[in-house]
Design a protein around this ligand. Structure first.
Ligand code: IMP
Ligand code: MG
Length: 181
């Protein structure tokens, strides 16, 4: 595979992403001032977003990671998400902010938020870089959102295609020219 030969439709540039994350970091810092904030980052997709987001915050913050995977297609529509790596069972005293790269159907985020609510935290909210509201199958509105995007498969900045391209520092749309060769 030679990624330099590919023609990509850039959806969000590095500058656009950086500017928006700076705003989000400032907003979150204001909203959580004086509170014990625990950011829960959903691997793998949100590792870059989380790393940038928390570095734009100027309040004390703890960071944990969860890994989830969706069940097969049929079960996906019933909202089943498998938790492969979980956080502590007791989140009492913490305000939890779940960070993810993108909300599509909303199943993953809704499941994770409901799961974390059972661990007795002060609150659970979410922050996602990208949102595809046209694809939503559950009732979920991100509390903090970078960009609303059209219903297209996007890659880069943590988002993968065939497990590649997470390292590309901007977000682009996969077109027909983009094949893993
Ligand atoms: P949801 O449970 O349907 O909201 O799916 C969320 C997960 O699906 C995200 O965390 C991503 O891992 C993946 N996903 C959804 N849309 C895209 C996309 O356009 N590009 C890459 N991954 C995506
Ligand atoms: Mg994901």
């Amino acid at each position: 595979m030679d990624i330099t030969k590919k023609v990509w439709e850039v959806l969000l540039t590095e500058e656009e992403i950086n500017n928006r994350i700076t705003q989000l970091g400032q907003q979150i810092s204001e909203d959580y001032k004086g509170k014990s904030l625990l950011v829960v980052s959903l691997l793998k997709g949100s590792f870059i977003f989380t790393a940038d987001l928390v570095r734009r915050m100027d309040i004390p913050v703890k960071i944990e990671f969860m890994t989830t995977s969706s069940y097969g297609h049929a079960e996906e529509s019933s909202g089943h998400v498998k938790i492969l790596t979980d956080v502590s069972d007791d989140l009492s005293g913490y305000h939890v902010l779940v960070a993810d790269d993108i909300t599509d159907s909303g199943l993953t985020m809704k499941f994770v938020m409901e799961h974390l609510m059972k661990k007795n935290p002060e609150s659970v909210k979410c922050c996602v870089l990208l949102d595809k509201p046209d694809r939503r199958v559950v009732d979920l509105v991100p509390d903090y959102l970078g960009y609303t995007i059209p219903d297209k498969f996007v890659v880069g900045y943590g988002l993968n295609y065939g497990d590649y391209f997470r390292n590309i520092p901007y977000v682009f749309v996969v077109t027909d020219q983009d094949r893993l060769e």
